[in-house]
Design a protein around this ligand. Structure first.
Ligand code: FAD
Ligand code: SF4
Length: 595
């Protein structure tokens, strides 16, 4: 079936897709269709029917891996296996995408992230930069992106405290952040007991702690679009849930209320895009399957791909747009510079002598210090090229079912029976972890994306193959993170009078050795359709417009040339707003290549 042509078709109705739809729908009269493969979702779903078994254990909001998943191999020599359960990543589906069940941690990237190659050369000299790195500058600088960070923070109502306003450093904020044009729109979250302990310990060790900026509104707020939301109720059911009162910034409560009022906007759920159709260097339409399994062609003047980084890369590869990356020759840009945010920690836990009330907690409510971000305080001779952020004091006991049974080692020999139950009840709300570390993941020539030659999705299309492994560099970063985390853990135990115990860290990031898909790390994947200053270095230009197809835009963290130290979403949205401005203010007036 072929439908009537529209002005814009957007493939993927998550954070970035609905954000660009909102910009276009409110600032132009263009007819916009968003195709979202997952079901409709709205705030009422979260207030009526949420259940820990469905959402946390059965991962109701995630992509069904029986329908589509990633495959993984460590090296070119290996055969990739499909990831059969949501393991190392939890990719979302349905209206709002992963933006519905995210945690809302919203640190900006350090200032020199965007000029990484230049920064590395200046610090180490070209001869000390490992040959297998594939780092490149991002095509923009801090002053280009800062206004867009501010716009995203104002849209979401980020609660935080600035540490650097126009060069003036402010104690209590992140003094290592790039200069901000203004203060956060909302004040920071209140401090829980473990956050207070984290702050004291960090200060005693000479670090500069701050309350993490978060999209889980600490106070009532009305954003510049006129969307009013209530402050967080600290219900604890934040990740991986939608917020039942709308306090967490989500596409369904910030963008859909505006879009729904626009006659020029249509969202089609259960619409699974399989190809972008193109001719003579122009995108002409997309082909998708509707909920009845019919093949539908939607012609459009402008096509935007916003299907999460891995979805974007896969759609381009399947549509044969751009030159696939070849790791042996280094040619081609599509699939290049695939990265996954790194994490680390020490596995220490502190047992407190009183309950922490950890069930009353919000996503992102935690403390951090950035003394080791970028190159700050890193020994240039320690073999660590880039650092990251230490975060702790969040979490507490967590949810009643899924986090039950976290007990100190050596107390019960099995995880059932009377002794175990007694200990599980006693310690459930008295243990808090040592700080974790989230670090930059540099791009390597050998880590990339392509189409799997064996495995297919439910439509018979090839799955996306990820070829990625950690290197000695990440091993050194993890060892460093473990050292600082242990130092903090000891100080936190001393400050609080708590007892320090060592348990094995959970999660892929905290395990040393090779990249793993069995344990959750983060859903912070980047690259595959990166921005570059020419078609030889990027799939898209600085405005996320495809280099070889000017009416195709590929938005999201797929454009990141490497993984910054912290979580990616506000950076992805800042680039999305910048792309929207370029499209509206330049491209629509004079359609063609903008760079
Ligand atoms: C548990 C969890 C916690 C997180 N916490 C944080 C955090 O604290 N801070 C942070 O910065 N980030 C966090 N993230 C990451 C954040 O959610 C993503 O960075 C963000 O949602 C990315 O926006 P996006 O538009 O690229 O993708 P999404 O928001 O995932 O949207 C992509 C959409 O495209 C749809 N789609 C995919 N393929 C197709 C297709 N072929 N046809 C049609 N539709 C398609 C998907 O169904 C999805 O709805 C978290 C993610 C998870 C899963
Ligand atoms: S903790 Fe706050 S922001 Fe998170 S879901 Fe509950 S009320 Fe919403």
């Amino acid at each position: 079936m072929k439908l009537k042509k529209v002005d814009v078709v957007i493939c993927g109705g998550g954070w970035t897709g609905l954000a660009i739809a909102k910009e276009l729908a409110t600032r132009t009269s263009l007819e916009i269709v968003v195709l979202e493969r997952g079901p409709a979702q709205s705030i009422s779903d979260y207030s009526n029917n949420m259940d820990e078994v469905d959402y946390t254990l059965r991962m109701k909001m995630m992509q069904n891996t029986a329908e589509e998943t990633l495959t993984h191999r460590h090296t070119l020599r290996d055969t990739a296996d499909p990831v059969r359960r949501p393991g190392h990543v939890r990719i979302g589906t349905g209206t709002g995408g992963s933006g519905e069940h995210w945690s809302g941690v919203t640190n900006r990237y350090p200032e020199d992230t965007f000029t990484i190659k230049t920064a590395l050369k200046d610090r180490f000299g070209s001869s000390r930069i490992p040959e297998n790195l594939s780092v490149q500058d991002w095509t923009l600088t801090w002053s280009d992106i800062e206004p867009f960070y501010t716009r995203v923070e104002e849209m979401m109502g980020i609660g935080g405290k600035a540490g650097n306003i126009q060069g003036r450093l402010i104690d209590g904020g992140n003094i290592f952040e790039g200069p901000r044009s203004k203060e956060y729109p909302v004040g920071p979250h209140r401090q829980s007991l473990p956050m207070t302990v984290f702050e004291k310990a960090a200060r005693q060790l000479g670090y500069h702690p701050y309350i993490n900026p978060a999209a889980t509104l600490p106070f009532d707020y009305k954003n510049p679009d006129g969307i009013a939301r209530p402050g967080c109720a600290y219900c604890g059911f934040c990740t991986p849930y939608g917020c039942m009162i709308g306090a967490k910034a989500q596409p369904t409560n910030l963008l859909m209320p505006i879009l729904r009022r626009k006659k020029s906007f249509t969202l089609r759920n259960n619409a699974w895009v399989r190809r972008i159709l193109h001719k003579d260097g122009q995108a002409e339409a997309v082909m998708y399957m509707d909920e009845k399994g019919n093949e539908v062609i939607q012609p459009a003047d402008i096509v935007i791909s916003s299907a999460f980084p891995t979805g974007n890369a896969r759609l381009l590869l399947m549509s044969k747009i751009g030159t696939p990356y070849d790791p042996l020759t280094g040619t081609g840009t599509l699939g290049r510079n695939f990265t996954h945010q790194m994490s680390g920690g020490s596995g220490f836990q502190i047992i407190y002598d009183k309950p922490l009330h950890g069930y009353a907690h919000a996503g992102g409510q935690s403390m951090s210090f950035s003394d080791f971000d970028s190159f700050n305080k890193l020994d240039p001779d320690a073999g660590i090229l880039r650092g990251g952020t230490f975060t702790g004091g969040g979490g507490g006991s967590g949810l009643p079912i899924s986090s039950f049974g976290n007990i100190p080692p050596g107390i019960a020999t099995r995880n059932w029976g009377a002794d175990w139950k007694k200990a599980a009840l006693l310690y459930h709300d008295r243990m808090a972890g040592a700080p974790g570390f989230s670090a930059e993941h540099l791009a390597y020539k050998q880590n990339f994306l392509d189409l799997d030659p064996t495995y297919t999705d439910k439509w018979g299309d090839p799955l996306l193959r990820t070829t990625i492994d950690w290197t000695d560099h990440e091993e050194r970063v993890r060892a460093f993170a473990a050292k600082i985390s242990a130092q903090m853990a000891k100080e936190m135990a001393s400050v609080s009078g708590g007892k320090l115990v060592q348990s094995e860290g959970r999660g892929a990031g905290r395990r040393s050795g090779r990249y793993q898909t069995a344990f959750y790390a983060t859903t912070h994947l980047h690259g595959g359709a990166i921005m570059g200053d020419s078609p030889a270095t990027g799939a898209v230009n600085t405005f996320l417009q495809h280099w070889s197809m000017p009416n195709l835009w590929v938005i999201g963290a797929s454009a990141f040339p490497h993984a910054g130290a912290t979580n990616p979403t506000i950076t992805a949205l800042a680039l999305t707003f910048r792309a929207a401005d370029a499209m509206i203010d330049k491209y629509l007036k004079n359609p063609g290549a903008l760079a």
